[in-house]
Design a protein around this ligand. Structure first.
Ligand code: PLP
Length: 396
């Protein structure tokens, strides 16, 4: 190990699908990560909304460690103790329904799309309405559902069956429905578009959409991969809108860093996934489920939903003050600790400078910076991060 230059190794052996990153991170604890030279950074990216409990949360780490000595994986042809328990926790925190386990956001959405097609094909319609500017993953179907054609460049042919319309535009939903000859099986959207720039769906829009889907026997499918698991101050973001989805996907924060995804199907929807119709080798392994069970328990035991709402309020208030005195900030958006700051210009430089000053942030597109601190962030950590940010903005 000692004689290997890790930068050379990365360059030589890793397919270069990500932008080059000079930072080598070796250790994380709570809201902080450390690089290979011992420098500490305040991490307000949380692995893009994954490590919602902070790095190496004690409960998650100890549950994974204990489970790793008992049983790591068995085929889903056998039962384990952890998978049904986790499914119950998901349902107890959302709506009456059942769960399928996968390994990532893309895989959870892919399963949800397959569900909608099978359910729709039984009814003679299989088109799915999706939104401009959305993000649902990088598998071929989720890429086709994603409302950014740039991600599909070079990957023709596009998977068929998706009709893309503007987000937050209820009239466009009705138009697409009638234009398709009423051949719509489902509508798929993020309650708050994450990668698209932290853009929340409007209250009226979601209310109208829910009613339209119910009235026309269409499945309302929410992608809560980024918004779920407490990130917005509710366990799932749909709860801000006083509606229930028919299907919902989740991943990211579900395992706090251990890969796991899932989708839930409301009991009000006829189940079409019977034995042999869908599967995943690793989906819902005892190891992954033990991580996610610990995440659920920690969120409740540590009152993280109320901390998220409270700290989110502080963050919004401080950023709005900053907006008043800084004309380069165009808008502050989001809910809870899912916050986006839209700038008039490219944010690459700000993110780079923040890193130099010890604060890790992520962009969402060219003009938006995301603040995603852990849900257990303290007021002091939040203020420390904000102070670094303010210092950088001042010198813009
Ligand atoms: C809303 C949403 N859906 C799906 C995905 C894809 O998840 P994964 O990268 O785990 O496949 C993401 C990832 O950023 C996401 O934000």
């Amino acid at each position: 190990m000692e004689n290997i230059n890790i930068y050379e190794c990365q360059k030589r052996y890793i397919l270069p699908t990500y932008p080059e990153a000079e930072l080598i991170l070796v250790k994380g604890q709570g809201a902080y990560v450390r690089n290979d030279k011992g420098r500490e950074y305040l991490d307000f990216t949380c692995g893009i909304g994954v490590c919602n409990l902070g790095h190496c949360h004690r409960k998650v780490t100890s549950e994974i460690s204990a489970q790793a000595t008992e049983l790591m994986h068995v085929s889903n042809l056998f039962m384990t103790r952890k998978q049904p328990l986790l499914a119950k926790k998901i349902i107890d925190s959302s709506f009456s329904g059942r769960v399928f386990f996968a390994n990532s956001g893309s895989e959870a959405n892919e399963g949800m799309i397959k569900f909608a097609r099978k359910w729709g094909n039984k009814r003679g319609r299989n088109k799915i309405i999706t939104m401009n500017n959305s993000f649902h993953g990088r598998s071929l179907a989720t890429l086709a559902a994603t409302g950014k054609s740039i991600y599909r460049k070079g990957f023709k042919p596009k998977t068929q069956g998706f009709i893309e319309i503007p987000f937050n535009d209820f009239r466009a939903v009705k138009e697409a429905y009638y234009k398709s000859g009423k051949k719509i099986a489902a509508v798929l959207l993020e309650p708050i578009q994450g990668e698209g720039g932290v853009i929340p769906a409007d209250n009226n829009y979601i209310g109208n959409l829910r009613k339209f889907c119910t009235d026309n026997d269409i499945l309302l499918m929410l992608d809560e991969v980024q918004t779920g698991m407490g990130r917005t101050g509710e366990f799932f973001a749909y709860k801000h809108y006083n509606i229930e989805p028919d299907l919902m996907s989740m991943a990211k924060g579900l395992g706090n860093g251990f890969p796991i995804g899932a989708f839930a199907v409301n009991d009000s929807v006829e189940n079409v996934l019977t034995p042999g119709t869908h599967a995943s080798t690793f989906g819902g392994s005892p190891l992954a489920c033990s991580a996610a069970i610990a995440v659920f328990d920690a969120i409740y035991e540590e009152n993280l939903l109320s901390n998220t709402a409270k700290m989110g309020g502080v963050l919004m208030e401080e950023l709005n003050k900053l907006k008043k005195v800084n004309s380069s900030i165009r808008a502050i958006r989001g809910k809870g600790l899912m916050v986006g700051i839209e700038f008039a210009t490219d944010v690459k430089k700000i993110i780079y400078k923040a890193r130099e000053e010890g604060l890790l942030l992520i962009p969402a597109g060219k003009n938006v910076i995301r603040f995603y601190p852990p849900l257990n962030v303290t007021a002091e950590e939040l203020i420390d991060g904000l102070n670094i940010f303010k210092k950088i903005i001042k010198v813009l």
